[in-house]
Write a protein that binds this ligand. Structure first.
Ligand SMILES: [Zn+2]
Length: 145
């Protein structure tokens, strides 16, 4: 039981962990919350139609719907923050970055990138670390074959 509660807590903090630096990251996180809310409404509906647990089901559905609108409004507000388009210094893919961020993880290659006060982008991985990551990835690929 203790273990189960721990697992649920992990899942919840993972779902509601709102650290984001790029627009894509923000969208991903919001979608996770929406899935969670949809699950809640769905479960509430199931409990409601089986009528045995309508007393739990209806409040769950209502709560889910409220959460949905709160998240939606919140997401729209967060997205109003100014962004700028930057190119990842590793893989050159386009990232839409919120201007206040000092560092971010590339949407495409998931490597850490730092932002200097001048707005210039720098690689946060040393060449050795980069090499190690590359090797790790090729090893994983070999395993998959
Ligand atoms: Zn990249």
């Amino acid at each position: 039981m203790q273990e189960l509660i721990g697992k649920i807590k992990d899942k919840l903090s993972e779902t509601f962990n709102f650290e984001y630096a790029t627009v894509r990251e923000l969208e991903h996180k919001c979608f996770r919350v929406f899935y969670f809310v949809a699950g809640m409404v769905g479960l509430g509906f199931l409990l409601w139609i089986t009528s045995l647990f309508a007393i739990i089901g209806i409040p769950l559905m209502v709560l889910g719907m409220i959460l949905f609108f709160v998240t939606l409004v919140w997401m729209l507000r967060l997205q109003r923050e100014p962004t700028r388009e930057v190119r990842c210094p590793y893989c050159a893919s386009r990232n839409e970055l919120f201007v206040s961020r000092k560092e971010f993880t590339c949407d495409m290659c998931h490597r850490p990138v730092g932002v200097l006060p001048s707005g210039e982008l720098v690689k946060l991985l040393t060449p050795e670390e980069e090499e190690a990551r590359f090797e790790e990835r090729t090893r994983v690929k070999r395993h998959q074959i």
